[in-house]
Design a protein around this ligand. Structure first.
Ligand code: MSP
Length: 530
């Protein structure tokens, strides 16, 4: 069996959740659901990043003890993804907080492994630090006295442990070369490779040793054997991916199944473009230093703007997941829009007009109408029992051939995290079936040619089942309704059913499809603008 481990970044708890957090979590959930539908064994984790100067400052500014502060803010992230039923309708198996004991233990063991292998030494750091980015910058990297992200920087001089990042330049380059799919999309792969190459050519190069501990505040995990230092928040945070897979117990089933081995790496990290360097450069170098297997893939997505503007507190346009769901009318509609509107790797814009337009045109008018028309005809003309076909015409054969091609492209796109294009294939199937029902006009056939009417309705019913199966990763609740109304039994909704639905007649599929259909109900409500 294939094993698949997918992670969201863990979110800083300096502030409440927003669109960026919702998006990554939903994208990972769509992928986790996709792999389950391929009958893979899936682990999906998310959580909160609770240490570091940014969170410490936010707690201090609120006048609350950092632990109590993080308990409170982390709760707002947990309610988005709580096991059972949750606001984003996601299916994560774990929620990890970096203040948990299991994580502190893992981070300290990780540090020890790197230290024992000779890649950590004590020195002194003097340079710039951006609290907002939780990142160190060299003088040459500053733009108008600020971090490249526009965040303010402060001068830091302190005793610090360093990680010998410079020792990993060639090893990283060799690894990227051997694994061209390690970072997707390809444009980001190229960006990372040239960043790492830069370190070889310039004295001020990218791959200078990295400061990995702090002494000027103490909100963090203590460095083993030197309690005057806490770990730099990124080495602490990245380790969460190991903690959740059972580290330091590298013999555990969870570890071997989900983190994997050097020969069979299983973990995929989905991250925003701003934190790619940490995941695609520092993280693999830390893992090489600790002699642990690397993740399988790093997937980098773009950023959302809101109505064409960068989202920011100062502009007052920060969108919370609750506000977005309200806008969309349901979590399904929001999930659909986010996965449909962002082209993989590029930035996307969250606009209310486009949200309404996309949901109404594609879900309500296209798929919704197809379902409504077909299911009510079956109810009316066939008493709700499944119509039996009477031989396929060449038009029917070509319809199914095209469906097969759409399904194939759907999978190709999903494998590349191109949700937008994968959804396009589902809409393609629905548009095709709408054209077919329009030209075959089964509503006219009841008296003249009931056998043909039955065949046409039988064909569309199977296509509705296929659409329902394919949209499960994106709109799980609506997909469930569509599948139930199309008679597809709950235990038969994996992708393996699709070829059967195409090849066999419904009477040969009694294991999969129930005999009678429930009375049809609306599946994709329209968004009504106020
Ligand atoms: N704590 C770190 C991650 C550590 S992972 C070991 C962090 N947290 S964050 O809360 O600031 O950001 C989490 C994710 O949200 C990042 O992937 C970031 O790219 C994403 N987004 C933040 N704002 C965003 C948008 N406006 N649009 C899309 N994603 C954005 O970084």
């Amino acid at each position: 069996m294939e094993n698949f481990y997918i992670t969201t970044p863990i979110y800083y708890v300096n502030d409440a959740p927003h669109i960026g957090h919702a998006y990554t979590t939903i994208a990972c959930d769509a992928m986790a659901r996709y792999h389950r539908l391929l009958n893979h064994s899936v682990k999906f984790t998310t959580g909160t990043d609770e240490h570091g100067q940014k969170v410490y400052k936010a707690a201090r500014d609120s006048g609350i003890d950092p632990q109590l502060f993080t308990d409170e803010v982390s709760k707002r992230f947990r309610e988005l993804v709580a096991t059972g039923s949750n606001i984003l309708n996601v299916t994560n198996n774990d929620f990890i907080r970096t203040t948990e004991d299991r994580h502190k233990k893992a981070a300290q063991q990780f540090w020890k492994r790197i230290k024992d292998n000779g890649f950590i030494y004590l020195g002194a750091y003097s340079g710039w630090y951006s609290v907002r980015d939780e990142a160190y910058f060299q003088e040459s990297e500053l733009v108008d006295g600020k971090a490249p992200t526009g965040a303010p920087v402060e001068w830091v001089e302190e005793q610090s442990y360093f990680f010998k990042l410079s020792a990993f330049q060639d090893k990283l380059l060799e690894f990227y070369e051997k694994n061209p799919d390690f970072i997707i999309p390809a444009s980001r792969y190229n960006e990372v490779v040239s960043f790492v190459r830069g370190g070889r050519n310039y004295e001020q190069g990218a791959l200078k040793d990295l400061s990995i501990s702090r002494t000027s505040f103490d909100w963090g995990i203590k460095v083993p054997d030197d309690e005057s230092h806490i770990m730099y928040v990124w080495i602490d945070a990245l380790t969460n991916y190991l903690t959740s897979a059972g580290f330091p117990d590298t013999d555990s089933t969870d570890w071997l199944t989900y983190w994997g081995t050097k020969e069979k790496r299983n973990c995929t990290h989905v991250v925003g473009k701003d934190i790619l360097r940490f995941h695609a450069v520092y993280w693999p170098a830390f893992l090489m230093a600790a002699e642990l297997p690397l993740p399988k893939q790093i997937v980098a997505h773009g950023w959302w703007t809101i109505e064409g503007e960068k989202m920011s507190k100062s502009l007052g346009n920060v969108l919370t997941p609750h506000a977005m769901i309200k806008e969309a009318g349901s979590i399904d509609a929001l999930r659909y829009f986010m996965l449909r509107a962002m082209s993989f790797g590029n930035d996307g814009d969250f606009s209310k007009a486009r949200l309404n337009e996309t949901v109404n045109a594609e879900l309500s008018n296209n798929i919704g109408n197809l379902a409504q028309r077909t299911l009510s005809l079956i109810q009316k003309n066939c008493n709700g029992s499944i119509p039996q076909p009477d031989g396929l015409t060449s038009v029917d054969e070509s319809l199914f051939q095209k469906v097969r091609e759409f399904v194939e492209k759907y999978h190709e796109n999903m494998k590349q995290y191109s949700f937008r294009e994968a959804i396009e294939q589902v809409i393609g199937i629905s548009s095709l079936a709408n054209e077919y029902i329009n030209s075959e006009a089964p509503w006219k056939l009841k008296n003249d040619n009931p056998k043909r009417m039955n065949t046409v309705l039988h064909n569309i019913l199977k296509i509705l089942g296929i659409i329902g199966i394919l949209i499960q990763p994106f709109t799980p609740d609506a997909a469930d309704k569509l599948l139930t109304q199309s008679g597809i039994k709950p235990e038969n909704r994996s992708f393996l059913i699709i070829p059967k639905l195409i090849e066999l007649t419904i009477s040969e599929l009694s294991e999969i499809i129930s005999k009678n259909l429930p009375a049809p109900e609306g599946i994709f409500p329209r968004i009504v603008s106020l």
